[in-house]
Structure formats: C-alpha cells, structure tokens
Design a protein around this ligand. Structure first.
Ligand code: TYM
Length: 339
C-alpha cells in the first residue's frame, strides 16, 4: 500500500454568515490540526454558485463573502503562515480533476446524496447540474492535494464516503494506488449543532429565522438574546448524559456548552445537573460571548484591511497550486492524456 503524508483539507461555502455550527463542528478542529498536520483550508466559491444567484447574492456580494469567510477563518485561529488559506476558484486543478471524477463517479451514487435532495427541494428539475454534481467537486477538492484527513461536521459524512468511493474506483479503474482513501474527522461534542428554535433541525445559514442560529458576526447582546430565547423543555438539566435522550433542545445546548468550554458533556452535567435552564442559559450566554466576541472583533479588524486578506488569499492560491499542479500532471498521465 502506498503511504501518504498526512495532509488535511477542508472548506466552507461563502454563502451568508458563518455560524456556531460551522465554528464548533469544523473550525475548532481545523485550528487544532494546524499543530499536528500540514493543513489547507479553502473558501469553496465554486460550490457557492451551485445554488440560485439569490442565495449567494451575485458577483459583488460573492467577492465580499469570499473575503469575509477568509477573515472568519483567520479570526477563529487559522494562521496563514501555518496553513494554506485560499479560495478554490483560483486553483483551476479543482475543476479539472472534478471533470475526470465525473467520469469515474456513477449516477446511482449521486442519486443517494441526501443533501442534494434537501437542497433541491421538491422541484429537483430546476436545481442546477452543479448542485447535483457538488459532491464530485468536493472529492476533487480533497484528492487534488492527496489529503488524507478531512475535518467536517456530521452533515458532510455522506459526501466523504463518496470521496472514498471515487478514490477507490479511480485506483481500480486505472490499476494504480494513486489516490489516498481519505478519513473523515468528525470529532468533539458538537459535530451536529442544532437550531436554537427546534432541536430536531440542523443549525443552518438557510433557516428563515435568525433566532435559530448564532452568527459569528452577532453582537454580544444578540448572542445573549438568542440563547435566552432558545427553546427548551420544562424539566431541569439531568446529571447524566443518558438523561438527555429524547430531549433534543437540552442535548443541543449542553453540547454547545461542552464544545465552547472544551469539556465533555458529562463534565458539564456534573456541574449543572439539577439546575434550571434559566441559570444554565445565563452561564452559556456568558461563555458564548467570551468565546465569540474576540472572533467577531478580530474579523472586523481584518475586514478593515481588505488588501491584507487579499494578499493572504493570493499567497495561499500560489502555495495550493504548487501542490495541485504536479498531482494533476500525474493524473493526466494515468488517464492517458499525456505521455
Ligand atoms: P458548509 O459550508 O455547509 O459547512 C462548512 C462546515 O461546517 C459544518 N457545519 C456544521 N457542523 C455542525 N453543526 C452544524 N449545524 C453545521 N453546519 C455546518 C459542515 O459539516 C462543514 O464541515 N460541502 C461542504 C464544503 C466543502 C468541503 C470540501 C468540505 C466543499 N469542498 C472539501 C471539506 C472538504 C459544505 O457545504 O460545507
């Protein structure tokens, strides 16, 4: 078996504000992995345009959103010296490899993708071909760097299984061991942060109610208000994790607390078991403000200097291309395009 150097890649879409789910489900792990792995983090702008223009806002908004997401990465702790930080569309090999993977992936595999079904809604005929093909591009994002580990939230699990299937099929079809079979990294107490208004729905950018999510750009007052208004049930907090079963809202808030505090759910329940939600929510609001406000202010500082953010993205794209280009050259040889 070919041994691959451990390398991490992950990304987020520049569509609207990043929220607590993006932060706790993915970014917290991205930051940690900078110290143990070679890391690449991209702003997946090619993925953003798979949705209708109204969702990503058109060219002017997109340009701004790319900078905002890059600034959010840095504000959350991604160090552009340690990590390669770039936007996907600047490295043309992503799209080039996606085409080859289109010819490896099977329609049946894509037909099973639940996120396409959710995003396309009832009128799937009107969804873009890009939205359907989205997971294939995602596989190319990962494999164009021979990334071995991909830190994401739970909702990306199925896409990462598809990425593994594509790598395995490419390797089989071309009788090679060229691509690694990537490992998803889904870890921590908040791999699936739920809406603050409905504990059975994922916290998401697309929820019509802003009260359902905490945005990384929210003020301290907004954060505290949203937590105070978060839906809970009538009981107090249990003393053991088993007591959160069948109580999605309680489970969600305790998971958020644990993730923000860097503790386990059990440790949080040891502290708050038996308490009423009102007191717990105050403690959670204080913790969330303490953790998120510095990110918010760093993000604002960075956004006041668009030239700096731009220079980070340009440098990142150059470093990313230096890894992607030779891999793409080898792919072309393997497929038979070049000698
Ligand atoms: P996106 O932009 O929807 O989300 C970015 C990251 O945030 C995580 N996430 C959550 N985690 C926990 N709870 C939530 N409520 C929550 N909402 C979002 C996501 O799991 C993700 O890790 N397809 C990807 C972007 C992508 C990508 C890639 C990721 C494109 N190419 C290559 C990894 C590798 C997406 O749409 O993420």
């Amino acid at each position: 078996m070919t041994q691959f150097t451990p390398r991490v890649l992950s990304g987020m879409q520049p569509t609207g504000n990043l929220h607590l789910g993006n932060y706790l489900g993915a970014m917290v792990n991205w930051v940690k992995m900078q110290d143990t792995h070679e890391t690449l983090y991209c702003v997946v702008d090619l993925h953003a345009i798979t949705q209708p223009t109204a969702v990503w806002g058109g060219p002017q908004v997109l340009r701004k959103s790319i900078r905002e997401v890059a600034a959010a990465y840095m504000a959350a702790g991604i160090d552009p010296k340690k990590s390669v930080l770039f936007n996907q569309s600047r490295v043309h090999e992503h799209a080039e490899l996606a085409w080859i993977f289109n010819c490896v992936a099977r329609i049946g595999w894509l037909d099973r993708m639940t996120q396409f079904k959710e995003k396309a809604g009832k009128d799937k005929e009107k969804a873009s071909v890009g939205l359907y093909d989205y997971p294939v591009l995602m596989a190319a994002d990962i494999l164009i760097y021979h990334a071995t580990h991909v830190p994401v939230g739970e909702d990306q699990k199925q896409h990462l299984e598809l990425c593994r299937d594509i790598a395995i099929k490419f390797n089989n079809d071309f009788e090679t061991e060229f691509f690694p079979v990537t490992e998803p990294v889904i870890m921590g107490p908040a791999t699936r942060v739920m809406s603050l208004r409905d504990g059975t729905k994922k916290m998401s950018k697309s929820d019509a109610s802003d009260l359902s999510r905490i945005n990384l750009t929210d003020s301290a007052d907004d954060i505290a208000k949203k937590i105070r208004k978060a839906k809970t049930d009538a009981d107090g907090l249990p003393s053991e994790a088993g007591g959160l079963k069948g109580r999605p809202e309680a489970d969600n808030l305790v998971g958020i607390f644990a993730a923000l505090a860097g503790e386990t759910v059990e440790a949080v329940l040891q502290q708050f078991g038996g308490a009423q939600f009102s007191g717990f929510k105050n403690a959670l609001a204080d913790l969330a403000v303490a953790k998120l406000s510095p990110i918010n202010s760093r993000m604002n500082q960075l956004l006041a200097d668009p030239g700096y953010v731009e220079s980070v993205l340009a440098d990142g794209a150059e470093r990313a291309s230096a890894i992607a280009a030779p891999i793409m050259r080898d792919v072309k040889k393997i497929v038979g395009f070049t000698a």
